[in-house]
Design a protein around this ligand. Sequence first.
Ligand code: GLN
Length: 489
Amino acid sequence: MAAELIFQPVAQLSALLETAKISSVELLQAFVARTKAVDGRVKAFNSFDEPGALALALAADERRAQGRARGPLDGIPVGFKDVIAVEGQPLTCSSKMLANYVSPYDATATTNLKAAGMIPWGRLNMDEFAMGSSTENSAFGPTSNPWDLSRVPGGSSGGAAAAVAAGEAPASLGSDTGGSIRQPAALCGIVGLKPTYGLVSRYGLAAFASSLDQIGTFAHTVEDAALLLGAVAGHDQRDSTSFATPVPDYRAELKQRTGPWRLGVPREFFGAGLDPEVGAAVRQAIEFYRRSGCEIREVSMPFTAEYAVAAYYIIATAECSSNLARYDGMRYGHRSAAATNAVDLYFKSRAEGFGEEVKRRIILGTYVLSSGYYDAYYLRAQKVRTLIRDEFMRVFQECDALLSPTSPTAAFKIGEKVSDPLAMYLNDIYTIGVNLAGLPGISVPCGFTGGGLPIGLQVIGQPFQESALLAIARAYEQGHDWHTKHPVL
Ligand code: GLN
């Protein structure tokens, strides 16, 4: 039984619970056993709370027995990228700076999932403070890709993607600032959804770059992404950028929205740097949509292709230099034992607490914000950002959504790019524009390389048009069985 459970989509687990084929406790035990069996090799988890989760599973079973089940997600475990607060659990951001920090409160996304009855099952590894594309920047060591343990799972939400791909959790929450949900989902062969900026509250998400950060979901299927999004989305007074928009029943809408759609294919997203096997799989996916009656339009987005990475690495570093100023060794987090006075404490705590990539970004960000360079870099990058959004909005006048590769390559080897920041940054070339423009995007599995590594198709939607985005992604999924393939561990 347990072996069959661990790769079931959330919707399927939900049906099993509803019909009393399994209990929530049994379900949790299956994931606990799986995690204990494989996580020594995958290293997706920073920590997990077995007794706490078990108590919640018992409570869920009791509710169900009394006819008080809270809905389709009640009693189902969910993992959290270690950047989203769960009361009483560690919140490390995979940084030495917060290695001993325990969150005193729940993020709004956590509150919402708990209200739906979901069981927070463990803290998932990531690049430190969500800065990276491989999970190698974690202070606790890298996570491995379940399809090939010598390769990265992508990042920065690498643990959150690997845990679902490896059957250690049926779903998880991550954050996406420049691709950190979509890219690891692609590299691990699962579905990763980054909602429109403002749809999911950022309250309780440790900030990296606040104008870009967005919480989203990992799961095996598009239907699961719809279910989870419905649970976490919604206006929140505690996040001033949260948008007051009604939250539809995304799962129900999946069935109501049936194309055909006008789908744009940005020519520049198929140029130099794209691995030929990835390009071929994505082109086949585009052909599938054409054959199913969609109108495929080649569009041109030269500005986004040329400038998104550069603008992102100015804006994101500027915001991170400001957001990470709070880690001062005084209020919370790592405090140097070697300091002799207050200023020294500030310097030493930060020098000891932050890793190399985080320091690189704080230095870059401080530079682009400094007087004399502000206009030349930061202000200019903000103008470029507006032009990138304009470019998306222009193509959306003639398309319902866009199709592209999620990542230019499949999973690369651990160690391959870690000493070359530029090569690492270029991994985000197809995902970053979406964050700069605040759009929703999803990655769905669309094949494998000859070497057996998963490939992702990215679908980019119009702002707050998640229902259409999910329906388009699901149309592809229903015509293929990639999402039913799982790694052997
Ligand atoms: N890889 C990108 C970066 O390093 C995106 C990270 C993210 O989305 N959190 O900044």
